[in-house]
Design a protein around this ligand. Structure first.
Ligand SMILES: C[S@@+](CC[C@H](N)C(=O)[O-])C[C@H]1O[C@@H](n2cnc3c(N)ncnc32)[C@H](O)[C@@H]1O
Length: 155
């Protein structure tokens, strides 16, 4: 089974890279977690934010695999407990499904990406900075995997 994170934002600071790696590297080969970083739209002087989000949306929609289950990370989505995430992951594994998780940039996800999603997942009622979201995802996916394995990490 493969889970891909499609996230807006490249050239992240070292703490983001190492936070993400800290958890993603713990997962075994048969539960792959892959991070695809997408270029942010232009937000410099005179930027048109709607246009920046459209270009991020174009890249994200093009990167979604043909048969992937698409889950948008959205503060207004449905909250899942770690147990619910583990149960979802088990369903995905049993169905042989590949999954992609969409993480927006500073201004959120392009509305077309939210429409394209099969499910919308909220990590919290708090709005998190987009670099932190990929780390939280890696940790929660690792935690869900340990729960399925009966590993003592999850208490
Ligand atoms: C800085 S947030 C964007 C905030 C923007 N105002 C919005 O409403 O989406 C960047 C991205 O991180 C993800 N994100 C931030 N907080 C989240 C949360 N609590 N639950 C799920 N995803 C979240 C979403 O994918 C969002 O598009």
């Amino acid at each position: 089974m493969r889970v891909r994170i499609l996230a807006v934002g490249q050239k992240m600071p070292a703490w983001v890279e190492s936070g993400y790696q800290e958890y993603s590297k713990r997962l075994p080969a048969d539960f792959q977690l892959e991070l695809i970083e997408l270029a942010p739209g232009y937000r410099g002087k005179g930027a048109d934010i709607a246009r920046a989000m459209r270009s991020e949306g174009d890249a994200m929609l093009a990167a979604i695999g043909k048969n992937e289950r698409v889950i948008a990370l959205d503060v207004k989505g449905k909250p899942w407990s770690t147990e619910q995430l583990a149960s979802q992951a088990e369903d995905w594994r049993m169905a042989g499904a590949n999954v992609c998780l969409l993480v927006g940039g500073p201004d959120g996800l392009d509305p077309r990406c939210l429409q394209r999603a099969d499910q919308k997942w909220s990590l919290s009622a708090l709005t998190l900075p987009h670099p932190l979201v990929r780390i939280v995802l890696a940790e929660q996916i690792y935690r869900a995997w340990t729960l399925l394995q009966g590993h003592p990490y999850h208490k």
